[in-house]
Design a protein around this ligand. Structure first.
Ligand SMILES: [Mg+2]
Length: 334
């Protein structure tokens, strides 16, 4: 059941609650944890749970990749611009982060954009020129988008706008943008749904994400159908099978809906979410990051096992970024 303030897209009937620090921190820490736990398995085939269980039981530090690196850069840029996206400033912030730590596992697109921008082109023009002028349809704009959900809270339209504007700096293909919009819609749902209540996609029909590509609209329909069939049952296997069918490549059209299906398959435990994501193989760091951001936002930071948080690189920096975003969002108001 949607909260009453979600019942209309225009007028706000009852003021929504401000976004809480535990949900904001759960979202960003879940993302970083999924990224770090998924990273060693990137590019692997589907596999059983033994390798990820060994990593979970180890005591090594958990180092995240470009997903979290760009998420933090986006958060910093939003905070520096009163929770708005200034494309040139955001691009500069991404480029600076990349030049500082280029070894974070970046794909080929962002460095090409950064090089074009340093030669005088705008980031928007540079991003739009990639891949013969069609722009990137990868999952990079989705993997980092979680801060826009906190910054845009509680306004759905503002969240879609921020998700789109931050995407365009690197991913101008409609599918690349849609990936960020779709993931931000489900992250909103996860924040809005109390930890004790089940996550259900049926609750976001009132402010459904405005998707511009047929590929992501088809995936969204499939997600809602399979999710509705699992509703009220204990059998969530269909969601994992759907994730496998959608695929876990670096394209937004496969991995973003697959990550959402994974989160809905294992919504009650962030570690189970990561385990399911890694089991699918493919772009494991990004799928696990997106899926665990959803369960982290739903369950809150208190649900993430402390023994894993202690191993997570820069956990305090991530948590304080989430708190700063939540405070700025609360100060800005609905
Ligand atoms: Mg990565």
């Amino acid at each position: 059941m949607a909260p009453s303030w979600q019942a209309t897209t225009g007028a706000v009937l009852n003021l929504p609650p401000p976004i809480g620090a535990p949900e904001a921190a759960g979202c960003l820490l879940g993302l970083a944890l999924g990224d770090a736990l998924g990273a060693p398995f990137e590019g692997s085939p589907p596999r059983g749970p033994e390798p990820i269980d060994r990593l979970l039981a180890a005591d090594t530090s958990l180092r995240w990749t470009d997903d979290t690196h760009m998420m933090l850069a986006l958060a910093d840029a939003l905070l520096a611009r009163d929770l708005t996206v200034d494309p040139q400033h955001l691009g500069d912030t991404f480029a600076q982060a990349y030049r500082h730590q280029p070894w974070r596992g970046y794909g080929s697109g962002p460095p090409r954009i950064f090089a074009m921008a340093s030669a005088g082109r705008s980031y928007l023009e540079a991003a739009a020129s990639l891949f013969g002028g069609s722009g990137s349809l990868g999952n990079g704009a989705a993997m980092r988008c979680a801060p826009v959900v906190i910054a845009g809270w509680p306004d759905a339209d503002r969240t879609w706008q921020l998700a789109t504007e931050q995407a365009l700096v690197t991913h101008s293909h409609p599918e690349g943008i849609d990936g960020a919009v779709l993931l931000s819609a489900v992250l909103r749902l996860a924040v809005a749904t109390p930890a004790a209540a089940p996550l259900t996609l049926a609750a976001i029909t009132a402010d459904a994400p405005p998707l511009r590509s047929s590929a992501l609209r088809a995936a969204w329909d499939a997600l809602r159908t399979v999710s509705a069939a699992a509703e009220g049952t204990r059998d969530r296997q269909g969601l994992l099978e759907l994730a496998g069918e959608l695929g876990t490549s670096v394209t937004a059209r496969t991995s973003v809906p697959a990550a959402i299906a994974v989160a809905l398959h294992a919504p009650d435990d962030v570690v189970d979410t990561v385990r399911a994501a890694v089991g699918l193989g493919g772009d494991t760091d990004t799928v696990a990051a997106m899926a665990a951001a959803i369960t982290g936002a739903h369950l809150g930071s208190g649900a993430i096992p402390p023994r894993l948080l202690e191993r997570l690189e820069s956990r305090e920096r991530i948590a304080s970024t989430a708190t700063a975003l939540a405070r700025a969002s609360q100060a800005k108001g609905p």
